[in-house]
Each structure stands twice: as C-alpha cells, then as structure tokens.
Design a protein around this ligand. Structure first.
Ligand code: SF4
Ligand code: SF4
Length: 408
C-alpha cells in the first residue's frame, strides 16, 4: 500500500473536533485532528499507532466541515488499513466487512433457516463473544436477493435505459427498495438494467481495514462502470455511501485504477428522479384521492451530506401531494455501516443517535425516511418508528397504499 495523504494542509483550527460525533460522546477517541493529521506525522516517521484510531466511524463529518479541505477520514482509513496489514484484522471485522460474500456462500440455504441460525439467542451470544453486540439490530436476510428478483421482473420495453447499482444492503437485505426503484424509473420512462458484474462498492472493507479486498472490488466495479459509460447509459444508485465511495474515496485510495478505467460516477437516483419530475416526466401530484395526508420525518445520511449535493430525497418527498416531509436535521444516527454493531461501539452509536431518535419520536410523523439502509435500521432500533427509503414512500403514495412498515 503506497498511497498516503499529506497532513500539511491542517492548520489545527479544531473545527473538525467540534463536528465529530464520536469525539462528542466518548473520551476513548482522541478526535479527528489528533488521530488524523497530527498522528499522521508520527506515522510517517514510523512511530506506533494510537489504538483510538479504531474509534473513527468514517462518517465524514470532519471532511464536511474542514475549512482547509483536509480529507481526515481518508487519512484515518489509510492508517487503519496499514495497521491491519501489519497486525492483522479480527474475525469479527472480517464478518462485518464481507456481508455480500457471506450471502453468496449461504445462498443455497433458505432465508428462514439462515435467519434462525444467525439471529437466535444462542448464536447472538456467540456473536457477542466474537464482538458483535447482542443488542445490535442485525438485519435479517431477505428470502430472495434483489438480483434474483430483478432477473425475473418483467419491465416494459422503453427506449431510454438506466443502469442501477443496488449496493449490497439492498441486494441482500432489502430487495423491496430496489424493486421500488425500478418501478419509479419505469414510470419516469426508463428501463432499468441490473448488471450481474457489479459487486459491493468496497466501503465496508475499507472501514474495517481490508484494503486488498476493497481494491479488488474497485477494479471490478470501475471496469463495469467504464463499459456502461462507453455506451452513454447513466449508472444510478439509491445508496449515498456507494455513491460517495465512487465519487470521493476511490480516486483517493486507488488513483491508478481510476487512471486506468476512468472516473466511476454513480449518479444519485433521487436526484435523477427529481430531474424527471422537473421535466414533467414523472408526475408526483397524482396520488389517488383516497390517500390520507401523511407526515414523514426525513434523516439525511452523513455520506449524503458529504457529497454537497443537497437533499434530493427530501425534495422528492416534498413533491408528493398530501405529504408533509420534515427534515430531522439532528446529526448522525451513529450506525456508520457496521460501526454501531460492534460490542465496544454499540453504546457510543446509541448515544450519537439519541438526538435523532428523540426528534423522530417527537415529530408526530407516521414514518421516517432515509436513503441509507443501515441508517434506517438504526432509526427503527433507536426510535421505534419504521423507516423507509424515500423512493419506497413515493411508490406507495402513488399506488395509493399506506407504507406497510415492513422494511428496514
Ligand atoms: S470520520 Fe467521523 S468519526 Fe472519524 S474523525 Fe471524522 S468526524 Fe470523527
Ligand atoms: S483537519 Fe481541518 S478542521 Fe481539523 S483541525 Fe485541521 S484544518 Fe482544522
């Protein structure tokens, strides 16, 4: 691993420290300035790593707020990868980093049996000993993956095409959100292609220190993206973390691959649909007359805010007739992918998300909405309210159904 990022742009202003959700709730983490640019200088001299590095959640709030544009989270993830290369990573972190691979290995086992095997109290106790907190809201496997369902789905033949990158959360745990996405694109006049060659974006691997595995995913995904780019077909995703990984992390971590295959851009599916609405290609004011007024509270994932692209999911919801969509604007939910599942981090994650959970509970909203799958899991766990992807709410609304509350 040869990539390093210079810490020299840091002027020690401590803005990032004020906005770091982890440093706010625990003294176990020395904070972004210390663990990022300050410690990087020691690392470059070959001095020992500080163990509190493992407490960085890779939420990117430091990057969002740094006036100098220091990519603190990337400095941290590179340092973590180097630490894991030298000292090895544990089994718990391997399990949390490779959800897609596990789903593939277990694909012949029926979902009911898998979920019983993974989520019964005895297994949870074993997982707890392994370092996955027994209270953590691990999502159950879906009976069929999104890709299996999409393969059998009959779409109308439409002249305009769009490629959909589901991300592993939608593929393995929440295929309904992917199907809702296809429905919305079909309605906007696009046939949706779901290539088999795309895999996990590699972010869970980076966050857990598995550099080589993330690089392998980057190579595979960038090659596939280049194929669609050459055909002039846009590639979209509903997951902000996948989009951010391609937009910001891959060029920083794997510049040689980006040079070889070109910049891989996943367009924000919500933004894409919003443009369709603004061109009158996707009418959203056509909710059946019987649909009751609906109050929704929306949570913006940190990885969406880090892209500086506004809140297209919230804007989509606000186009829906009879829907009042509030912006929770209550900071990070705490989960950061699988961070909040870890035994030593579960309580930290709950404390980080406490303000959001309170805001959601007190909002009087029927449902919460967020683009990120694990944010939805965490919101439901912390607030007791069902959380759905904005596009799922859009579909239910336009079909005249009330959200069923079954999705994570
Ligand atoms: S990525 Fe998040 S947890 Fe890590 S240092 Fe930055 S703000 Fe703190
Ligand atoms: S990383 Fe950025 S925000 Fe943090 S102390 Fe340095 S200059 Fe300030």
């Amino acid at each position: 691993m040869s990539v390093r990022i210079s810490p020299d742009k840091c002027i020690a202003c401590t803005t990032c420290v004020v906005h770091c959700p982890v440093a706010r709730v625990t003294p176990k983490f020395l904070g972004p300035r210390m663990i990022g640019p300050a410690y990087e200088r020691f690392r470059l001299l070959g001095l020992a790593e500080d163990e509190s590095l493992t407490y960085c959640a890779n939420c990117k709030n430091c990057d969002i707020t740094c006036p100098q544009g220091v990519p603190v989270s990337s400095i941290n993830m590179l340092a973590r990868a180097e630490h894991c290369r030298k000292h090895g990573a544990g089994l718990r972190d391997w399990v949390l980093a490779h959800g897609e691979l596990q789903a593939k290995l277990l694909q012949l086992i029926p979902a009911g049996l898998k979920n019983f095997g993974m989520l019964n109290p005895v297994t949870r106790k074993v997982l707890d000993m392994l370092g996955i907190d027994r209270r953590a809201p691990l999502p159950p496997f879906a009976p069929k993956t999104f890709r299996q369902l999409a393969r059998k789905l009959e779409q109308p033949s439409l002249p305009r095409k769009v490629v959909f990158f589901p991300g592993c959360y939608v593929d393995v745990y929440d295929p309904q959100t992917g199907l809702d996405m296809i429905w919305a694109f079909n309605r906007a006049g696009y046939e949706v292609i779901t290539p088999e060659k795309f895999g996990c974006c590699g972010l869970p691997m980076i966050a857990n220190g598995f550099w080589k595995d993330s690089r392998r995913q980057a190579k595979r995904n960038l090659a596939e993206l280049a194929r669609w780019r050459e055909q002039g077909i846009p590639v979209v995703t509903g997951c902000p973390s996948c989009a951010l990984m391609f937009r910001a992390d891959l060029p920083e971590f794997f510049p040689d691959l980006v040079e070889k295959y070109g910049m891989g851009v996943l367009e924000d599916a919500q933004d894409f649909l919003l443009e369709c609405v603004e061109r009158d290609e996707l009418p959203l004011d056509a909710a059946p007359a019987a649909a009751r007024d609906l109050r929704i509270i929306y949570h913006a994932p940190c990885h969406l805010r880090a892209q500086g692209n506004g809140l297209p999911g919230l804007r989509l919801l606000r186009h829906l007739k009879g829907v009042t969509a509030l912006n929770a604007d209550a900071g990070c939910c705490g989960i950061s992918g699988s961070y909040g599942f870890k035994k030593e981090k579960y309580d930290i994650a709950q404390e980080i998300g406490a303000e959001l959970f309170h805001t959601v509970r007190e909002s009087g909203a029927a449902f919460a909405a967020s683009e990120c799958g694990t944010c939805r899991v965490q919101i439901r766990h912390g607030s007791g309210k069902t959380a759905l992807h904005p596009v799922s709410i859009l579909r239910m609304r336009l079909e005249g159904r009330q959200p069923s509350g079954s999705q994570g």
